[in-house]
Ligand binder design. Structure first.
Ligand SMILES: Cc1cc2nc3c(=O)[nH]c(=O)nc-3n(C[C@H](O)[C@H](O)[C@H](O)COP(=O)(O)OP(=O)(O)OC[C@H]3O[C@@H](n4cnc5c(N)ncnc54)[C@H](O)[C@@H]3O)c2cc1C
Length: 433
C-alpha cells in the first residue's frame, strides 16, 4: 500500500514547516536583531528586528532545503520501510528526482533573500557559499537531460554520491552562522533533527550499505539469445536464495563484465520455479550483446528484491495488464501467480515475431481460464489505446502498465479520460534517473 504519493508528499512538508515556524514565531520573545546585515539585492539592514521578511523567508527556505534533502538521502538508503511508504523503489526515485530539483530552487531563494550578518566573520559563511555552488552543480549534473545522456550511469552515480558531502557542508554552515532558527525551540529541533537524519542516511548509504546488505551469490546455468536483442539469463543460488514476489526486480552484478556496475532487472521467473530468470533487452553499452558477454558458470551477485508491482499490492480482482516490449518481464512472473484474479494481458510489440514469450503465455492461458492474452502488434493494429481495450465498464478494474514512457503516459491519460481513478492504475518505471 503506497502511503506517500508526490501529490501529498510535498504539501505535507510545506504544512509541517508552516506549523512549526508559525507556533515558534507566535511565541518568540527573544532579541534577535539584524545589527548590521546585507542582502544580495535588497540593500543593507541595520538594527532591524527579527521579524523582517528577509530573515524569516530566507530561513524558512533553508529549513525546507534541509528537510527535502534529508528525505532524499533517506530514500537513497533503499530501506524496506522507506520503500513501503513511497510504494516502490521506482516511485521513490521519481519523487527523489523531483525533490532534488525543487530543493535547488529553494536554495536559490534562500541565497537571494537571507540577510548576511556583517558584524563578525565565521568559517560558516564561505562554507555556505561553497555548499550552495556545489549543490547547484551537483543537481545540474544529476538532473539535466544533456548530462544524463552524456555521462554513463556508473560515472553519474559516483558524482551523485558526492551530494552527501555538499549537504554536510550546508549543515555545518547552518550550525556556524548566526540564525533565527537557533532561537526557535520547535523549529530548531525539527531542522537539526532532519539534518541529522539526512547526514546519517547518507553515511549509511555511502559507507555501511554493503555491510548490511550482503549480496546473494548466484551462478549462471544458461544464457539464451531469444532474438530481437533479448537475452535470457537463468541462474541458481550458490548458497542462500533470494526471497521475492512475482513482479519484483533486483539489482544484478555480473563481475565478468564489470566489478562495479549493477543494473536493475525484473525477475521474469516465478518464485516457485527452481531457476531464477531475467530477460534483458539490449538498450545500451552494458545490455547490448549480453548473450556473448555472459556464459554458463559465470558468477552473479544479486541485491534485492525490490518493488511493489506485485499481486499482493493490487486490490482489484478484475485486472487489465498492458505491457510494451520488454515491459512484459514482470507479467511473465505475475501470470504464473495462482490467484483468483480475472486478467486480460495485452502485449504491445512492433510485430508478432517480437513477442518471443507468446508460447509461454499461451500455455498459461490454456491452464488458467481466467487468464486471457492478446498480442498487439502495432504493424497490424496500430498503437493500443483505451478504446481498443474493448471494455464495457472501465471502472472498478485494476490497470497494470509496464513499458516505454510514451505508451504509459498516453494510456494513463486515456484511462483517466474514461473515468478510471489514479487509485486503480499501477505502473512500473524502468528507469531511475
Ligand atoms: C525497476 C526496473 C526494472 C527493469 N527491468 C528490466 C527488465 O526486466 N529487462 C530489461 O531489459 N530492462 C529492465 N530495466 C531497464 C534496465 O535496467 C536498463 O535498460 C539497463 O540498466 C540499461 O543499461 P545500459 O548500460 O545497457 O544502457 P544505457 O544506455 O547506459 O542506460 C540507459 C538508461 O538505463 C538506466 N541505467 C543504466 N545503468 C543503470 C544502472 N546501473 N542502474 C540503474 N539504471 C541504470 C539509466 O536510466 C540510463 O539512462 C529495468 C529498469 C528498472 C529501473
Amino acid at each position: 500500500m503506497r502511503i506517500l504519493k508526490q501529490e501529498v508528499y510535498f504539501p505535507i512538508i510545506i504544512l509541517i514547516h508552516f506549523l512549526f515556524w508559525g507556533i515558534d514565531l507566535y511565541f518568540y520573545k527573544g532579541a534577535f536583531t539584524e545589527v548590521n546585515s546585507d542582502t544580495l539585492f535588497f540593500g543593507e539592514m541595520r538594527n532591524e528586528s527579527w521579524n523582517n521578511v528577509h530573515r524569516i523567508l530566507g530561513e524558512v527556505f533553508s529549513s525546507w532545503v534541509v528537510t527535502v534533502f534529508a528525505f532524499n538521502f533517506l530514500m537513497a538508503t533503499r530501506l524496506k520501510w522507506v520503500e513501503r511508504i513511497f510504494g516502490g523503489l521506482d516511485k521513490m526515485y521519481l519523487i527523489h528526482r523531483r525533490s532534488g530539483i525543487i530543493a535547488v530552487f529553494l536554495l536559490l531563494a534562500h541565497f537571494v533573500i537571507v540577510p548576511r550578518d556583517l558584524t563578525e566573520f565565521t568559517p560558516g559563511k564561505p562554507l555556505g557559499f561553497y555548499a550552495f555552488a556545489l549543490i547547484l552543480i551537483g543537481v545540474l549534473l544529476s538532473a539535466a537531460p544533456v548530462f544524463k545522456r552524456k555521462i554513463p550511469y556508473h560515472r553519474w552515480i559516483n558524482i551523485h554520491k558526492l551530494m552527501g558531502v555538499f549537504y554536510v557542508m550546508g549543515v555545518l554552515h547552518g550550525l556556524m552562522v548566526n540564525s533565527l532558527i537557533r532561537e526557535l525551540p520547535i523549529t530548531r529541533v525539527y531542522v537539526f533533527g532532519m539534518a541529522f537524519i539526512g547526514v546519517a542516511a547518507w553515511v549509511y548509504r555511502a559507507f555501511l550499505f554493503n555491510v548490511f546488505n550482503k549480496k546473494l551469490d548466484y551462478k549462471i546455468i544458461e544464457v539464451r539469445n531469444r532474438g530481437h536483442r533479448i537475452t535470457e539469463v537463468l541462474m541458481t543460488a550458490a548458497k542462500k536464495e533470494m526471497n521475492f514476489r512475482a513482479g519484483q526486480f533486483a539489482f544484478f552484478k555480473f563481475p565478468t563484465i564489470s566489478r562495479k556496475e549493477q543494473h536493475p532487472f525484473t525477475i521474469s521467473s516465478h518464485p516457485y520455479e527452481e531457476k531464477l530468470r531475467i530477460s534483458i533487452k539490449g538498450l545500451g553499452d552494458y545490455t547490448n550483446d549480453l548473450s556473448e558477454k555472459l556464459k554458463e558458470g559465470d558468477p552473479v551477485q544479486i541485491e534485492g528484491a525490490y518493488g511493489h508491482f506485485s499481486s499482493s499490492y493490487i486490490k482489484e480482482s478484475d485486472q487489465i495488464w498492458i505491457a510494451g516490449g520488454i515491459g512484459i518481464t514482470p507479467f511473465l512472473s505475475l501470470a504464473k501467480d495462482m490467484h483468483p484474479n480475472k486478467v486480460h494481458l495485452f502485449w504491445c510489440v512492433k510485430n508478432e515475431e517480437e513477442a518471443v514469450y507468446k508460447d509461454e503465455l499461451k500455455t498459461i492461458t490454456k491452464n488458467n481460464p481466467k487468464f486471457q492474452f492478446t498480442i498487439w502488434p502495432s504493424d497490424q493494429y496500430g498503437y493500443l489505446d483505451a478504446e481498443k481495450l474493448n471494455i464495457n465498464n472501465y471502472k472498478n478494474k485494476g490497470y497494470l502498465i509496464c513499458g516505454p514512457k510514451a505508451l504509459k503516459e498516453s494510456l494513463i491519460k486515456q484511462l483517466k479520460a474514461k473515468g478510471v481513478s489514479n487509485e486503480n492504475i499501477y505502473d512500473e518505471e524502468f528507469a531511475f534517473r
